[in-house]
Ligand binder design. Structure first.
Ligand SMILES: [Zn+2]
Length: 159
């Protein structure tokens, strides 16, 4: 009987799950599937610079297993870059865990490199009314100050 695969703990789901090279026709496009556990291994080591041993611990898997995930994840990403393939992130054996930061509020989570930090100036921001606190999604390319609060009519600002 095959050994059951332990679920790997994932702290972050990818913010985008499909990457496609520009200028490649769909019909010619080859796709690489990057599993979520491979994605997490690469994220921890290559982006967050966590030591492999600690990263393996945080995913609740052995170091050799982690090492294999990291290697296959890196290889897939490299292959996509070199050969101009699309990357689809999906599947894998994993389980979302509550990160320790959960519950501390958005502002705290952002801490400079989170979602808020990264997107504050870009599209997808939040406009907030300084008068009544009404919030709404910013329309791409449209500054918040051009918008009036639908509740009280004051000029909106950046959250
Ligand atoms: Zn308002």
């Amino acid at each position: 009987m095959p050994r059951p695969i332990r679920c790997r703990r994932i702290q972050h789901m990818p913010s985008a799950t499909y990457f496609k090279p520009a200028g490649v026709r769909m019909i010619d496009l080859q796709e690489i599937v990057l599993n979520v556990d491979e994605y997490e291994a690469v994220r921890l080591v290559d982006l967050e610079e966590v030591e492999q041993l600690k990263a393996a611990e945080s995913m609740k898997i052995s170091q050799p297993t982690f090492s294999r995930l990291l290697k296959s994840g890196r290889k897939k990403i490299a292959e996509a870059l070199v050969k101009g393939k699309a990357i689809k992130i999906q599947g894998g054996n994993f389980k979302m865990v509550n990160s320790m930061r959960k519950g501390l509020g958005r502002r705290f989570i952002s801490g400079g490199r989170g979602r808020m930090g990264g997107t504050a100036e870009g599209p997808g921001g939040i406009c907030k009314c300084p008068n009544c606190g009404h919030e709404e999604k910013q329309i791409r390319g449209e500054p918040c100050v051009n918008k009036k609060c639908p509740k009280c009519g004051k000029k909106m600002g950046r959250n």
